[in-house]
Design a binder for this molecule. Structure first.
Ligand code: SF4
Ligand code: SF4
Length: 164
């Protein structure tokens, strides 16, 4: 089965001109790749601090823990970026905190019509690909994110002996 593949390291380092585009039309200026980056950050790079300084720093209650994972409410977040400063590991990048919440719908419409996701076709550095899941078997640092996305990311939690 084909899935969206994201190489997190490459994704973090594209030059400005290489930023992948998003096809989501319902919100002008929507940055779907930024939503994915936030999702990946909280799921795979967040160190699960015992005292969660990010959550405690938010003046508007926009961050919460759900089963150990950080979630940010796009409705409550006022883009003050306090959490970005509070996180000791640089997980919450300021550019991931837009005032207007974005979203990624996994390009459902494009996939139905046989196209690849726009982030894939517009990505210049190979950070986004559309690949057969079986072709990645045995590759290191590969993790599923939901049903339709595969992420290549360094296992920070594993390096601390914590299971993802
Ligand atoms: S940027 Fe948003 S989530 Fe972060 S501290 Fe400010 S209101 Fe809270
Ligand atoms: S402060 Fe940073 S590393 Fe710690 S729980 Fe929050 S996002 Fe994760």
């Amino acid at each position: 089965m084909k899935k969206l593949y994201i190489d997190y390291d490459l994704f973090l380092r594209p030059a400005e001109k290489d930023q992948p585009h998003c096809s989501y039309v319902l919100r002008p200026g929507n940055d779907g790749p930024a939503c994915l980056r936030e999702e990946i950050s909280f799921l795979f790079a967040c160190r699960r601090c015992e005292d969660y300084p990010c959550v405690n720093s938010c003046p508007n209650g926009a961050l919460k823990r759900e089963a150990g994972l950080i979630k940010r409410s796009g409705f409550l977040c006022i883009s003050c970026k306090t959490c970005s400063i509070a996180c000791p590991f640089g997980i919450i990048l300021p550019e991931l905190l837009p005032y207007l919440a974005g979203r990624c719908d996994r390009c459902i419409g494009r996939l139905k019509s046989g196209e690849v996701p726009l982030c894939v076709s517009s990505c210049k550095n190979g950070a986004f690909r559309y690949v057969e899941e079986d072709d990645l078997k045995g590759c290191p640092d590969i993790y599923p994110m939901g049903d339709s996305i595969i992420v290549k990311v360094f296992n920070w939690l594993g390096s601390y002996g914590i299971k993802k």
